[in-house]
Design a protein around this ligand. Structure first.
Ligand code: ZN
Length: 240
């Protein structure tokens, strides 16, 4: 099986479509979604419809959660909060019910998926450092865990010690544990504007990071036309 691991779509339809095309071209057989389907971008309905039609395992992201809530937004910056309030207005009650019902973590085959981290996944902590990863590893019962949330592709490996770093293709070794961030589809933040996702080849025991060009001009124009903050369009071009 070849798993396409994707998340942080953030209502960017152009990026999502480009990633799904790339998965098809790369013989992906199964899909899993790491959450944050909505928030920031201008096509929440369309992205939700596509992800739901794929019928794959999906976990809940913090933007998914806030979008179907009615609480005051406290942990979001101004442009993110603006986008969440806008998305709340866009989505139907049925779509919100779907997002509400998503689980924080899921076992899939021989790995686990989570949006943020396995220690207290509903607290939405960011895993950037070895120390952050260490807390999550404590709760990881499978050799491999895929996560998102930071929008930065990264790998952490635990054997007798714990190391982290960037990856493009990695061969998984037995008797080690891995936490792998698949990057962000719709709003990468590692300085590369191209959509990111990962392919886990179960037979080969490899994980490959993919970068995919997409129609960024259209995605940006839709954000501006929707009256969302210009900063959300601008940041797509710089991948931050
Ligand atoms: Zn996100």
């Amino acid at each position: 099986m070849r798993y396409g691991i994707f998340g942080d779509i953030h209502a960017n339809l152009e990026a999502l479509e480009a990633v799904l095309d790339d998965m098809q071209a790369n013989a992906v057989t199964h899909l899993v979604c790491l959450g944050d389907i909505v928030g920031y971008g201008a096509n929440p309905h369309e992205c939700l419809e596509i992800v739901r039609s794929l019928g794959c395992p999906v976990v809940k992201g913090n933007h998914d959660e806030e979008t179907c809530d009615t609480r005051h937004l406290k942990d979001f910056n101004q442009s993110a909060a603006h986008a969440i309030l806008w998305t709340r207005d866009q989505l139907t009650e049925e779509e919100k019910n779907y997002l509400r019902a998503l689980k924080y973590t899921r076992p899939v085959d021989d790995f686990t998926i989570v949006h943020a981290s396995l220690d207290s996944p509903e607290s939405w902590g960011y895993v950037f450092s070895e120390m952050d990863a260490s807390a999550s590893f404590t709760y990881q019962t499978t050799p491999l865990c895929f996560f998102g949330h930071t929008h930065v592709p990264h790998i952490f490996m635990r054997d007798s010690g714990l190391r982290g770093g960037f990856y493009s293709k990695v061969k998984l070794q037995p008797r080690r544990k891995y936490m792998i961030n698949a990057g962000g589809v719709g709003q990468p933040r590692d300085g590369d504007w191209r959509a990111a996702y990962a392919i886990y080849d179960q037979r080969e025991q490899t994980v490959t990071l993919r970068r995919v060009e997409y129609d960024i001009v259209t995605a940006q124009k839709k954000i501006l036309d929707a009256g969302l903050p210009a900063r959300l369009a601008e940041r797509l071009a710089v991948g931050r």
